[in-house]
Write a protein that binds this ligand. Structure first.
Ligand code: SAM
Length: 219
């Protein structure tokens, strides 16, 4: 169990925090939480502002394959896979790897990358339709904070159930009051978020023995 930054090579997104803060209305938050077209491909105020494949996950896929020593024939699951960019890139960097995804968004799955059609399942991270220990690794990036705390515990437990000791979870967090303030001005969908100590308590409660890292907004 270790803190490890597997997204170190992901380019930093440009964020206009003030503009997002002004768009943080209850209506926009409700629309974002539907995880439909508006969230992925609508205006930046309600989500990504256009979620398109550009290869940026390739270095991260390489680091995941190296970290978990994945090899052809192994099964890996991305929980909160959206349109399947990471699933696609995992198979690109490790030909023969069996990569799959799960997401709650039918819109994302219906607009997935052609290479991953049939590999993405519609479902919720807190109740995954797979047998115990059925994956060599389970990844969940920026997804589990979309539950309330009890749901987050259930979702972390699911990662552990499918791949004991072979999980990687990244969630929204902050180390300082300033970072928390920026996060609160930016976030739309997160329901549970905390300082690392709070998250580590969630992991403990879930019996999690995998790895983790934090998404922290900087100025
Ligand atoms: C911020 S996006 C992250 C997507 C991708 N993992 C990434 O890092 O680019 C959050 C994703 O979580 C999905 N999501 C939200 N609630 C979920 C749930 N209960 N179960 C599974 N996926 C969920 C959303 O549809 C969305 O694709």
């Amino acid at each position: 169990m270790a803190e490890v930054n597997l997204l170190a090579r992901l380019p930093r997104a440009k964020r206009n925090i003030q503009q997002r803060h002004e768009a943080q209305t209850p209506e926009n938050i409700a629309v974002a939480r539907e995880y439909g077209e508006a969230y992925f491909d609508g205006p930046r105020g309600v989500g990504y502002g256009g979620y398109r494949y550009d290869g940026r996950w390739i270095p991260i896929a390489e680091d995941i394959v190296r970290h978990f020593k994945l090899k052809p024939g192994d099964r890996v699951l991305d929980v909160g896979c959206a349109k399947g960019f990471l699933v696609k890139d995992l198979m690109k960097v490790c030909p023969g790897l069996e990569a799959f995804g799960v997401d709650i968004s039918k819109y994302a799955l219906m607009h997935c990358e052609p290479d991953v059609v049939g590999r993405l399942h519609l479902g919720s991270a807190d109740s995954l339709p797979f047998p115990d220990k059925s994956f060599s690794a389970v990844i969940s990036i920026n997804t589990i904070h979309n539950f309330d705390r009890a749901g987050a515990v259930r979702a972390v437990r699911e990662v552990e159930r499918l791949a004991p000791g072979r999980g990687f979870i990244q969630v929204d967090s902050y180390h300082t009051a300033r970072q928390r303030e920026l996060f609160l001005k930016w976030m739309l969908t997160a329901k549970y978020h905390d300082y690392p100590e709070g998250w580590l308590e969630v992991f403990r409660e879930a019996g999690y023995t995998g790895d983790w890292y934090w998404t922290v907004l900087e100025e």
